[in-house]
Write a protein that binds this ligand. Structure first.
Ligand code: HPA
Ligand code: ZN
Length: 336
C-alpha cells in the first residue's frame, strides 16, 4: 500500500483545528458575495499569494480579517461542513474543533449564532459522514481577562454544548497566568482544559499552563524540547502535545520540515499527535501534515501508527467511543 493510502486508512482524531482556519479563499469569496462584505484582496489568487507569513502575528492579522465574512448561522454551518468533508477524506473519525467566539461577537455576531451553526454541522457530520466531534471554545489571549470572563458569561447558558476551553492568539507577552481565574471557573463548570503554549512562547509558558491553568493537553508545545525537566514531566504525566508541522513551518517556528523536532519528541516518549491547525492557511489538512512530516523526517509506518494511536488516546471521548477506533487502528497496523 502506498504511503498516502496507508495514512488515509489510519483512523485518527484531529485535536488542534481552528474552524475559522478552515476557511478556504474560495469560500471566503462566496460568503463575501452572499453577505455583501468587501475583502482586502481582489481575487482568490491574490488572497492565497498574501499567505506568506513571517510569524504568528502576521498570520493572525490576515486570519482575523478573513473571518469577517462569517455573519450568519448558515455561514458557520457551511464552514464546518466543508471541514468535516475534508477530514473524512483524510480518515478522521473524531475532531475536536476550536472556535474563537470573540472574533465574531466583536463584529456584532451573536454567540448563539456561531454555536448554532457549528453544532448543526457537528450533528450532520455525525449523521451523514459518521464523524464524531466536540467543540472547544478558545479565549483570545491578546484580549483582557475581563473580556474572557464576559465571553464565559455568554457561553455559560450553553456550557453543556461546549466540551472544553482553550487559549489561542498572540502568545508572546500573554502568559497563561493572565487567565488563571477564568480557567478556574471553567474547571468548576466541568469543562475540559487545553491551551496553546510553547509555539512561539518559552517553555515557562508550558509550565504555567500546567500548574496554573491545570490544562490536560498542550497545543503545539514544541518549545518544551528546550527544557529537559519539562519533557520529563510531560512524559511522566503523559500530557499530550497537539503538534502542527505545516503550521510550524509556515509561521517559521522551524525553518523547514526536515528540522522539525516532532520525531525527537516522539522518540523521547512524548504523546505527540499531528494536526492541521489552520489548514486553509498553512498548506494542507491532516493527511498532508502526516504525509509531508513522514517524508521529511523519514517516519516509519510504526511511527505513523503511534501518532494516530496517540490522537485517539489523547481525545476527550469516552473509552467506549475510543475502543472501536483503536481496534480498527490495530487492524490497519497489522496490514502494513
Ligand atoms: N496559534 C495561536 N493562535 C491561533 C493559531 C495558532 O497556531 N491558529 C489560530 N489561532
Ligand atoms: Zn492553533
Amino acid at each position: 500500500m502506498d504511503l498516502k493510502a496507508f495514512i488515509r486508512r489510519l483512523p485518527k482524531a484531529e485535536l488542534h483545528l481552528h474552524i475559522e482556519g478552515a476557511l478556504e479563499p474560495e469560500m471566503m469569496f462566496d460568503l463575501a458575495r452572499r453577505n455583501g462584505v468587501v475583502l482586502s484582496y481582489p481575487s482568490v489568487e491574490a488572497t492565497r499569494a498574501a499567505y506568506a507569513f513571517r510569524d504568528l502575528q502576521s498570520f493572525l492579522d490576515i486570519y482575523y480579517a478573513g473571518a469577517a465574512v462569517l455573519l450568519h448561522e448558515r455561514d458557520f454551518y457551511d464552514l464546518a461542513m466543508a471541514y468535516f468533508h475534508r477530514a473524512r477524506a483524510d480518515g478522521v473519525v473524531h475532531a475536536e474543533l476550536f472556535f474563537d467566539p470573540q472574533t465574531h461577537t466583536a463584529r456584532g455576531v451573536a454567540f448563539e449564532t456561531v454555536l448554532a451553526g457549528l453544532e448543526r454541522a457537528a450533528q450532520d457530520a455525525e449523521a451523514l459522514l459518521g464523524i464524531s466531534s466536540r467543540l472547544i471554545l478558545c479565549f483570545l489571549r491578546h484580549l483582557s481577562e475581563a473580556e474572557a470572563f464576559a465571553t464565559l458569561e455568554l457561553a455559560r447558558p450553553h456550557h453543556h454544548r461546549i466540551h472544553g476551553v482553550g487559549l489561542d492568539s498572540s502568545e508572546q507577552g500573554h502568559p497563561p497566568a493572565k487567565f488563571e481565574r477564568v480557567f478556574a471557573c471553567c474547571h468548576d463548570l466541568g469543562l475540559r482544559l487545553v491551551a496553546h503554549a510553547g509555539e512561539e512562547g518559552p517553555p515557562a509558558y508550558v509550565w504555567e499552563a500546567l500548574d496554573r491553568l491545570r490544562i490536560e493537553r498542550i497545543d503545539h508545545g514544541v518549545r518544551a524540547a528546550e527544557d529537559p525537566a519539562l519533557v520529563a514531566r510531560l512524559v511522566r504525566e503523559r500530557i499530550p502535545l497537539t503538534v502542527c508541522p505545516l503550521s510550524n513551518v509556515r509561521l517559521r517556528v522551524f525553518p523547514d520540515l526536515a528540522r522539525h523536532n516532532l520525531k525527537q519528541l516522539l522518540d523521547r516518549g512524548l504523546c505527540v499527535t499531528l494536526n492541521s491547525d489552520d489548514p486553509a492557511y498553512f498548506g494542507g489538512y491532516i493527511g498532508q501534515n502526516f504525509l509531508e512530516a513522514a517524508e521529511a523526517l523519514g517516519l516509519s509506518r510504526s511511527d505513523l501508527v503511534t501518532l494516530a494511536r496517540n490522537s485517539l488516546q489523547a481525545s476527550f471521548v469516552t473509552d467506549a467511543e475510543r475502543a472501536p477506533w483503536l481496534a480498527q487502528l490495530e487492524t490497519v497496523a497489522g496490514e502494513s
